[in-house]
Design a protein around this ligand. Structure first.
Ligand code: HEC
Length: 109
């Protein structure tokens, strides 16, 4: 009796969780146009925040970074300080895309 009560709720919660994980309509459209944004939101927001400014866990504000794209790619590939290397996690293409995306966040001209 108890189990059959809990199960439908479990499924409803699961659907809710999936619904929010897929993001808002705005997110989905942006992801389509910018593969780097999807990579960023999945891998980088934990420390850098959605807007790149968060600086959590000692991370840098990406919007004021003065690094070149090459320097950024090297940091994303090899890591720096508390930031883990991503060369095993992301493909070269994804790293290029995510760096292109963070350069649109503000800082780099
Ligand atoms: C675990 C937390 C963490 C995550 C996740 C993380 N970073 Fe970082 N990031 C840092 C820290 C800490 C620094 C500063 C390193 C230092 O200079 O000592 C940093 C620095 C950087 C810098 C250099 C900025 C500058 O001007 O010096 C770039 C670019 C960067 N991160 C991009 C990314 C990207 C892209 C991702 C996702 C693929 C990512 N980071 C994920 C913590 C993180």
């Amino acid at each position: 009796m108890r189990r059959s009560f809990i199960l439908p709720w479990g499924i409803a919660l699961l659907m809710l969780a999936c619904g929010s994980a897929s993001g808002t309509g705005e997110d989905r459209m942006a992801v389509k146009g910018s593969p780097g944004k999807a990579v960023f939101n999945m891998n980088c927001t934990l420390c850098h925040g959605r807007d790149g400014k968060a600086g959590l866990n000692g991370a840098k504000d990406l919007t004021v970074s003065t690094l070149t794209a090459e320097e950024m790619m090297a940091i994303v590939k090899n890591g720096k300080g508390a930031m883990a290397p991503y060369k095993q996690v992301l493909s070269a293409k994804e790293i290029e895309a995510v760096v292109a995306y963070i350069r649109t966040l503000g800082g780099a001209k």
